[in-house]
Design a protein. Structure first.
Length: 444
């Protein structure tokens, strides 16, 4: 029954090929078996204690019975002795002392004999001198009680032996179950661990491969970053070159416009020279050519915010030079002076004269203060310097702010007090640019 209780409803036949549910069942069975072994050990200890208690109780009862029987026998003997002594005293009153001495001596001998005798002697004496019926019933009841206690003791001993055998059987079964479980673990889990090791190694190799790929991608990313940085630098350089090309393109367009105008002028002069000369009168023998074409009148404005003798001389010399240059192109230049920005006519071109005395941007901003900017506004920057001290970079490349993009032209011109507008490349470009600016923004 104990083995059936431990094994439960079913039991696997072999340790090989055990499923996960059977492993759980084995673990539960092993746990229950250990608990049952503990319970049986506790029961065995309790039975041993009960057997010892019953044994001690039986021994104590036997000792009490022996002492009771001995006292009863002694009491009966004393009673008989007293009766016999009383009868002798009645028969022989003169021998009282001797009888008392003899009674005392016999009593001492009797007590010593009964105290030194064993239970067998007591039973034989009781057989010689039988007790009363009540005493026999009492002794039989005690014997029955002793027998019951002894039988109970034997039953408890047998039950303790059975429990010890059950504990031993359970221990052997648990040992066998532990061996089966260990065998299953050793057979199945070793292969499982080997497979897990293989998977782990494969994953480790895959991880290393991915790490190498990531490192390669990181290197490629760094190379691409360097390449992008280099391309950005090249792009910036190309942007600067494009700006220079655009500026050169604008200058070329200006030159082309100049050349076109010059070509038109030369074509007109060529046509004029190709026409034959017709005599007005053959009698006089004189020849006359066609009259020259009339000059075209153009008007421009000049505004100088700074009032000084130097600026007055500059304006006067500039006006004369421009009028002389424009007359060679059959243009009559009319210059209108503007004292304040409010006198400026927005429909006509205006030349704002700025003296570069400190910082270029500050001087130009001060000169344009209050002036309505637009494509028909030209800023003439006057450099009061000798040829070797002139700036190498034009002012239109220096003034690149958004406030200067709406201005029609930014022109540099050199001037000295003792030389005036002396001959140099800067002044030649300035006169050509001013002529083109006036022609472009003058309506017929």
């Amino acid at each position: 029954m104990i083995m059936a209780f431990l094994w439960g409803s079913s039991k696997p036949s072999k340790a090989e090929g055990i499923s996960l549910d059977e492993i759980k069942w084995l673990q539960i069975s092993l746990k229950q078996g250990l608990e049952n072994v503990g319970l049986l050990e506790c029961n065995s200890e309790a039975l041993k204690a009960a057997v010892e208690s019953q044994t001690y109780t039986a021994q104590k009862l036997q000792q009490e019975l022996r002492s009771c029987n001995l006292q009863k026998v002694l009491t009966d003997k004393e009673t008989q002795t007293e009766e016999s002594n009383n009868s002798e005293d009645i028969g022989c009153p003169g021998d009282t002392r001797q009888s008392d001495r003899g009674r005392q001596g016999s009593q001492q001998v009797t007590n010593e004999d009964y105290l030194a005798s064993d239970i067998h002697d007591e039973e034989t004496e009781s057989a010689v001198d039988p007790p009363s019926k009540q005493q026999e019933q009492h002794e039989s009841t005690d014997d029955i009680l002793v027998k019951l206690l002894l039988n109970n003791q034997n039953v408890l001993k047998n039950q303790a032996i059975v429990n010890e055998k059950g504990v031993q059987n359970n221990a052997r079964w648990l040992q066998k179950l532990q061996q089966d479980v260990d065998g299953w673990f050793s057979q199945n889990f070793e292969s499982s661990l080997n497979e897990q090791d293989k998977k782990y190694k494969a994953l480790e190799e895959e991880k290393n491969l991915l790490s190498r790929k990531c490192k390669g991608l990181e290197d490629e990313k760094n190379q691409l970053s360097k390449k992008c940085k280099r391309l950005d630098e090249e792009n910036n350089k190309l942007s600067e070159k494009c700006k220079e090309v655009e500026e050169g393109k604008k200058e070329l367009h200006i030159e082309i416009e100049k050349l076109k105008k010059l070509c038109d002028k030369l074509s007109a002069e060529n046509n004029y020279l190709k026409n034959p000369v017709k005599p007005t009168s053959y009698s006089s023998g004189s020849w006359f050519s066609y009259p020259p074409p009339p000059k075209k009148q153009v008007t421009t404005q000049v505004y100088c915010p700074r009032k000084s003798d130097l600026m007055t001389n500059v304006v006067s010399e500039l006006s004369n030079t421009l009028q002389l240059q424009m007359s060679s192109y059959h243009l009559d230049l009319v210059i209108q002076m503007c004292d304040t920005p409010f006198n400026i006519n927005r429909s006509l071109p205006v030349i704002v004269i700025c003296l570069n005395a400190s910082r270029l941007g500050t001087d130009v901003s001060n000169a344009l203060q209050g002036v309505p900017t637009g494509p028909n506004v030209a800023v003439l920057i006057l450099h009061h310097k000798d040829l070797h001290a002139l700036p190498t970079q034009s002012s239109d490349r220096v003034l690149t702010g958004s406030e200067y993009k709406n201005i029609g032209a930014i022109i540099d011109m050199a001037y000295l007090t003792n030389k005036g507008m002396y001959t140099c490349d800067m002044n030649n470009r300035a006169l050509e640019t001013l002529k083109d600016f006036i022609q472009t923004h003058t309506h017929p």
